[in-house]
Design a binder for this molecule. Structure first.
Ligand code: LRH
Ligand code: MN
Length: 426
């Protein structure tokens, strides 16, 4: 199924006048603070988020998985689904593949199909947290940290193979997340496990093409429930420093213990030039992989405040990898991803409204109330006209969810694919 710009232009007609009124009102009210809406709209339009190839079907938990009809049964169909999301939102112009869940059969065909949908290949993800059929060594007791050199060698070889696959597709970064850890005290020697992990990552890093980046993703627990080798940002940063200047920390929003100040972590990593990118999602308890901004939208806004400050003041930090990492148990995966994209753009747009110089001055003056007022005024501004305008100017839908339903996308996908197809992934 494809969605063309004319279909969306026709659908937008009903909301166009109403949108124009809201956009003009916001433009006029922002002009007081010399904020030019066209600059904001341009920034939002160039802001592209990578869609996780493993989150286009129904996710599940150990308690069950309720499939969705019309799921993509191949990488080609996954690219098409991301193309649908990108047509509607104009902000999903990239895909992050997970290997071996998404190994291309025909590289040229996949590259052509992705180009047809204006989709780039962002970071590729390795997988040494599951044993594949006829795999020689098991990752049951870890991979890059395993006490067995044979297991570590196998895991290192897999990561090098993932880089090779990504390189053929035009990707420029490898994301390594390790489930490695222990579930009982005494099970692991923490120092040996970390040392093995460091040396394994260095071997992978030194084998990467010179223009590639290594993203090291941390997580406090799950699937191990007593210790995780790469448990927090500090450990990831230490390992990145141990690898070299093209190794960075990847922040998955769901990988923090309750009440962790994630925006402070983001700020420190940017100051050190070691923030590689994000896996956006939201959570109330653990690594829930819920829709971005659905639980803690203000926390996401505060993270983008640090990102905007960092992008203006930390040239030492490279361009960031913007990616979603979600799992859909009860919602249509495509609708869920569309809502996540909207929440990310909303947090970014609100953060762009913060007068960073006025905030700096108030901080210097210890005028705490003004600091808070500056943040909350921005947060309380309805920026949706800006996001709609960015979509409109690039041929997208004023209201993507409304358009998705009006075009009966899910029904069409089921007609094309049947309702028994199951997507690879989580
Ligand atoms: C681990 C994680 C990691 C992926 C996996 C799908 O929880 O966030 O980024 O490899 O989810
Ligand atoms: Mn993740």
């Amino acid at each position: 199924m494809n969605i063309n710009k004319q279909q969306l232009a026709d659908l937008n007609k009903t909301n166009l006048k109403n949108h124009q009124t809201h956009f003009d009102f916001l433009a006029q009210s922002l002009s007081h603070s010399d904020t030019d809406v066209n600059t904001l709209v341009a920034k939002l339009a160039e802001f592209q988020v990578a869609i996780p190839s493993w989150a286009l079907g129904a996710g599940g938990t150990r308690f069950g998985r309720f499939s969705f009809s019309g799921e993509p049964a191949s990488l080609e169909q996954k690219i098409e689904d991301i193309g649908l999301i990108h047509s509607l939102t104009q902000t999903a112009g990239a895909v992050s593949l997970h290997i071996p869940w998404d190994v291309p059969n025909d590289y040229n065909a996949i590259k052509e199909l992705a180009a047809l949908h204006s989709i780039k290949f962002d970071a590729v993800n390795s997988n040494t947290f599951q044993d594949q059929k006829n795999q020689k060594e098991s990752y049951k007791y870890g991979s890059l940290s395993n006490t067995s050199a044979a297991v570590r060698e196998q895991a290192i070889a897999h990561n090098k193979e993932v880089v090779e696959i990504g390189n053929q597709l035009g990707s420029k970064a490898l994301t390594v997340w390790l489930a490695d850890g222990s579930s009982f005290p005494g099970q692991n020697n923490f120092q040996t496990a970390l040392t093995h992990t460091q040396n394994s990552l260095i071997s992978i890093y030194e084998d990467m093409p010179a223009d590639w980046k290594l993203y090291i993703e941390y997580k406090p627990y799950e699937p191990n429930f007593y210790s995780t080798v790469i448990q927090d940002w500090g450990t990831s940063l230490m390992l990145a420093n141990g690898c070299g200047e093209r190794a960075y920390t990847l922040v998955d929003l769901g990988h923090h213990l309750p009440n962790t100040n994630i925006e402070q972590i983001v700020s420190i990593l940017m100051l050190k030039g070691k923030l590689g990118g994000f896996h956006f999602n939201d959570s109330k308890y653990g690594d829930d992989d819920l829709t971005v901004g659905s639980i803690k939208p203000y926390a996401l806004f505060l993270i983008f405040n640090e990102l905007v400050y960092g992008m203006q003041n930390n040239p030492q930090n490279p361009e960031l990898g913007w990616m979603i990492d979600a799992s859909h148990n009860v919602k249509d995966p495509l609708e869920d991803l569309i809502q996540s994209l909207e929440a990310i753009q909303e947090a970014y747009a609100k953060a762009l409204l913060i007068d960073q110089n006025a905030l700096r001055a108030a901080q210097e003056a210890h005028d705490v109330t003004t600091c808070q007022e500056l943040l909350q005024n921005a947060y309380r501004t309805d920026v949706r006209p800006l996001i709609r305008e960015a979509r409109l100017r690039h041929g997208g839908a004023l209201n993507p969810i409304e358009a998705y339903r009006a075009l009966e996308v899910r029904k069409n996908l089921i007609n094309e694919r049947g309702n028994k197809t199951v997507a690879t992934g989580l």
